[in-house]
Write a protein that binds this ligand. Structure first.
Ligand code: ATR
Length: 282
């Protein structure tokens, strides 16, 4: 999209965050707009902490269709939404906003759905068996809630046990509670799991591993939400051991489909060339 092709009819969306310069979302959405020949543009929108409400009022007034919301605004976006999707309620955080024709602000959280869709696109059934999630931050919450809703037995292990306990308690489901395991027992616990999800920052920009795979069950599927590098130290170790792996970049691409469809009216395809395009240097 060249700036010279923008007109008063161009449909606008973007990503609101602080900082937002590292975000891959503009590259992704503008590529989809190009591929589908849509008169639209998707902008990086740096909005300082405390300014989200003001920014959203301005964006609505300027005719934006909606925005993605990233760090540090996801909880405030939840509080500012007039209408919340079930997924947003489960997460207590919003990453996708639509300025509805009804004048209301619609908040959704597409992280969990994006995670499930990325597994399915890789030929993995997320409901196949128990899952172990490492970490207890916002990403762990979205993924745990989405797996729980699929009926999967979810286990959580976090370096700081209290955070895992609090997360599990807040995801209370009478039939399918989330269980907390000791951080120290995560390696041995892998013998009983079908799916491992690393949601910690371990593996991003260093060679540290969030766990060993010494006790992994032979059919374990290993996923990592870190997507830079695409093949993290954990995924590399899993591949060397013959395990199936799913890259974190898939979650980013699949969660983005939900906002794109809402703002631009097309459910866009996620194919191998898009993985390469989004991860390449601009
Ligand atoms: P997000 O909301 O993006 O998922 P977050 O809230 O910053 O991220 O959480 C990061 C996760 O990485 C946490 O679970 C954190 O563990 P603590 O709760 O104990 O802080 C985990 N993490 C970060 N560095 C870690 C390390 N060196 N070893 C183990 N876990 C680590």
């Amino acid at each position: 999209m060249s700036i010279t092709t923008l007109t008063g009819r161009t449909r606008l969306a973007g990503v609101v965050g602080w900082p937002v310069s590292h975000s891959r979302s503009p590259r992704l959405h503008n590529e989809w707009l190009r591929r589908y020949g849509i008169d639209g543009a998707y902008l990086p929108l740096p909005v300082a902490p405390g300014q989200l409400g003001t920014a959203l009022r301005g964006l609505r007034a300027a005719g934006f269709a909606g925005v993605n919301v990233t760090i540090p605004h996801k909880q405030e976006a939840f509080a500012l939404s007039d209408v919340l999707s079930p997924a947003a309620r489960r997460c207590g955080a919003v990453n996708t906003l639509v300025f509805g024709p009804d004048g209301l602000l619609h908040g959704d959280n597409s992280d969990g759905q994006g995670f499930l869709d990325s597994l399915r696109a890789a030929g993995v059934d997320p409901a196949a068996g128990p899952a172990l999630l490492l970490g207890a931050g916002g990403a762990a919450r979205a993924i745990a809630a989405s797996l729980q809703a699929e009926g999967v037995a979810v286990h959580l292990a976090n370096r700081t046990r209290d955070r895992a306990d609090a997360l599990a308690a807040s995801l209370t489901d009478g039939c399918n509670p989330v269980r907390v395991l000791d951080w120290a027992s995560r390696d041995i616990a892998l013998g009983e799991q079908s799916l491992l999800v690393n949601t910690t920052s371990l593996g991003m920009g260093d060679a540290a591993l969030p766990c060993s795979l010494d006790h992994a069950a032979p059919g374990l599927v290993v996923t990592d939400i870190v997507y830079a590098p695409r093949v993290t130290p954990l995924l590399s170790l899993a591949r060397a051991g013959g395990l199936v792996t799913v890259e974190g970049l898939g979650m980013l691409l699949h969660q983005a489909r939900i906002g794109f469809a809402a703002w631009f009216g097309v459910d866009p395809a996620v194919d191998a060339s898009l993985f390469d395009f989004v991860s390449a240097d601009p």
